[in-house]
Design a protein around this ligand. Structure first.
Ligand code: NAP
Length: 296
């Protein structure tokens, strides 16, 4: 039987020798018999991953997300899981910079004033010369750093293990008090859950900005809500715990909080980059070569 690949789009260049089926995550899935390579539709909810269990010939699953923690339990032994590492780097980095600048330059205030035609002016904070603690120095963290450096911020890098130019996470308690902006770009793992809780928030200077673009679970939401409600800290969040943030959650209404609904990775730059990655992976698969971005 010709190996089948199940793809989210029909506009891909597929090597000879592979039979193609398309499933974008909506409607009834096609016949799954003989599917060896499954590219999960991006950000389309819990249904597409459930199909994995119905593919007895499966050899590889390609996710288009960077964070695949939720998929790992669904991947059978012997099946390769690859992720979308790199696809979202610039999109998330752009959004991170937008959140930081919106908070530092008080954009929500000027947008409110615009509604009433008010020309009330005042100096704001800025990014230049601010010390930014960048917690997570992987693929996206490095892209964020490039934007921060263009803004002439003083970037302090933190990752799980120390190496030249990068602090280890065990140094966090000493690093927090010196930072006016903390950016979290971390995966959801047992070690990152609750990493920033009440004691870490208390260690930050008054008025510091907490930015989270990785996974919401890295921050204790209740502790952050309290600090922002007290007016002591500010927050700019693309990810929160829980998601979606309930409509009546107090964080929504706090003047010191900017919230976007987990949209940092989704922009027009995604599709062409994702298409290139999938086409390269299909070519490797067809030639029997190892895939890239292997998670497991
Ligand atoms: N908001 C969005 O729309 C969006 C979009 C895409 C991705 N994301 C999230 O962003 C995350 C990061 O993506 P990425 O591509 O940059 O991943 P990555 O390349 O794997 O980098 C992860 C970074 O986190 C660090 N890290 C892991 N555990 C840690 C810990 N316990 N303490 C301190 N640092 C730790 C790693 O440290 P080492 O360098 O020492 O290994 C590494 O620097 C993803 O997992 C995903 O959850 C969000």
């Amino acid at each position: 039987m010709t190996p089948r690949v199940l793809l989210p789009w029909s506009d891909l260049t597929v090597p000879d020798g592979l039979d193609t089926a398309v499933y974008d995550g909506t409607g009834t899935p096609p016949d799954l018999d003989g599917v060896e390579f499954y590219v999960l539709p991006y950000d389309s909810g819990p249904e597409p991953p459930k199909l994995i269990a119905k593919m007895p010939s499966l050899k590889a699953v390609q996710s288009l997300s960077a964070g695949v923690d939720n998929l790992l339990p669904l991947i059978p032994d012997g099946v390769t899981l690859t992720n979308g590492r790199g696809l979202h780097d610039l999109s998330v980095a752009e959004h991170t910079l937008a959140l930081i600048l919106a908070a530092q330059r008080d954009l929500p205030r000027w947008f409110r004033q615009q509604r009433t035609g008010s020309w009330d002016r005042e100096h704001t904070r800025s990014l230049a010369d601010e010390r930014v603690l960048l917690v997570g120095y992987g693929s996206i963290g490095k892209a964020i750093e490039r934007y921060l450096e263009a803004g002439e911020a003083d970037v302090v890098r933190v990752a799980s293990t120390a190496r030249e130019g990068v602090h280890g996470i065990d140094e966090l308690p000493e690093l927090l008090p010196g930072a006016s902006i903390v950016v979290l770009i971390l995966p959801d793992t047992p070690a990152t859950r609750g990493l920033i809780s009440a004691p870490e928030l208390a260690a930050l200077e008054d008025g510091a900005l907490v930015v989270n673009v990785g996974r919401g679970t890295a921050i204790d939401t209740a502790a952050l809500t309290k600090e922002v409600a007290d007016g002591r800290l500010r927050a700019a969040l693309d990810v929160v715990d829980p998601e979606p943030l309930p409509a009546d959650h107090p964080l929504w209404q706090l003047p010191g909080a900017i919230i976007t609904p987990h949209v940092a990775g989704g922009s027009d730059s995604f599709h062409p980059r994702a298409k290139r990655l999938v086409e390269q992976q299909l070519a490797r698969f067809a030639r029997g070569e190892p895939l890239v971005n292997v998670v497991r």
